[in-house]
Design a protein around this ligand. Structure first.
Ligand code: NAY
Length: 292
């Protein structure tokens, strides 16, 4: 079935127990997303990729490994945003040279930057690269909420083509969708996929699609066919799964469940948790209940 709306996994980074990056594990997760999840694309270097805890060398190694492994099979979006604008620009150039067709950058956080400063950041990141950018808006983690008029101002730059909208404000989402019909709006909260579909987003990006893509795809197909009850039922099961994942510590649990599925997803990077016996048991239970 050919769906117009696209589903992207927010790719995780596999780490060794000593917190170094495990590129073989990264490759295995790319393969699983392509071969088993039949995913449309990957969002590389985002929150789920634990990218804000990595150095430039590690980020580059991941970007290179992912595009090599994917080998043109799927869409790839590289999140290059950083509080270090020089690093963001360097990564934007690096991934463009590697062949990434889209970049993304988180809104600069921590320092309560003014909108003028945020706008300067985005315009600088795209200025010298032959690429297009999706704004990564995630107010719950960054503290940065952009208004509809601020999005409009950022979109004055033709290289800025969309938003990864990880926000539960559906009023704003409706306003944004209808004011910018030609921009790419990708929804970022997996537990709110159905209301985002109802507002006509172009697709979704999420952490849980690394293991729940089949169910999410089925929900999108049901929604497209107008079978809203079926879409709701699928969202309910997904949300039971997401609730259990969050309760069990979501990032390490996603990796533990992937291991149950045969994917060597490795560890999270500290200060993210390394698994304890309870967490491991919890992940096995989640696998058995929702994914076996
Ligand atoms: C990212 O950059 O990896 C994302 O923002 C993907 C979106 C995820 N957000 C975060 C903060 O992890 O998939 C969601 C999220 O994990 C999921 O909805 C569960 O809350």
């Amino acid at each position: 079935e050919q769906l117009m709306k696209k589903l992207y996994s927010a790719l995780m980074t596999a780490f060794n127990e000593d917190n170094t990056v495990d590129l073989q594990g990264v490759r295995a997760m790319v393969r699983y997303n392509i071969d088993v999840n039949h995913i449309d694309g990957l969002y590389v270097g985002g929150s789920t990729g634990e990218a804000f805890m990595l150095n430039t060398v590690e980020k580059k190694a991941i970007f290179k490994t992912v595009i090599e492994e994917a080998n043109g099979a799927i869409d790839l979006i590289a999140q290059v945003g950083s509080l270090n604008l020089e690093e963001a620009k360097e990564l934007a150039q690096y991934v463009t040279d590697l062949g990434y067709k889209t970049i993304s950058a988180v809104t600069p956080f921590y320092y309560n930057f003014s909108f003028a400063q945020i706008k300067h950041y985005y315009n600088e990141i795209v200025k010298d690269v032959d690429n297009q950018l999706i704004i990564y808006s995630i107010p719950a983690l960054t503290g940065v909420s952009l208004s509809i008029d601020q999005f409009a101002e950022l979109f004055e730059n033709p290289k800025i083509i969309g938003i990864k909208y990880t926000n539960a404000d559906f009023y704003l989402l409706e306003r944004v969708r209808n004011r910018f019909p030609d921009k790419l709006i990708l929804s970022g909260f997996d537990e709110m996929l159905l209301p985002a579909l109802a507002l006509n987003v172009d697709g979704a990006i999420g952490s849980t699609y690394n293991l729940n893509a089949k169910r999410a795809k089925a929900e999108m197909v049901a929604f497209d066919a107008g079978d809203i009850q079926k879409a709701r039922d699928l969202q309910q099961v997904s949300n039971d799964l997401i609730t259990d994942l969050i309760q069990n510590d979501i990032y390490p649990s996603l990796k533990l469940v992937l291991q149950e599925l045969g994917v060597p997803a490795g560890f999270c990077k500290e200060p993210m948790s390394h698994p304890n016996p309870d967490m491991i048991a919890g992940a096995k239970a989640i696998y058995t209940k929702y994914l076996k």
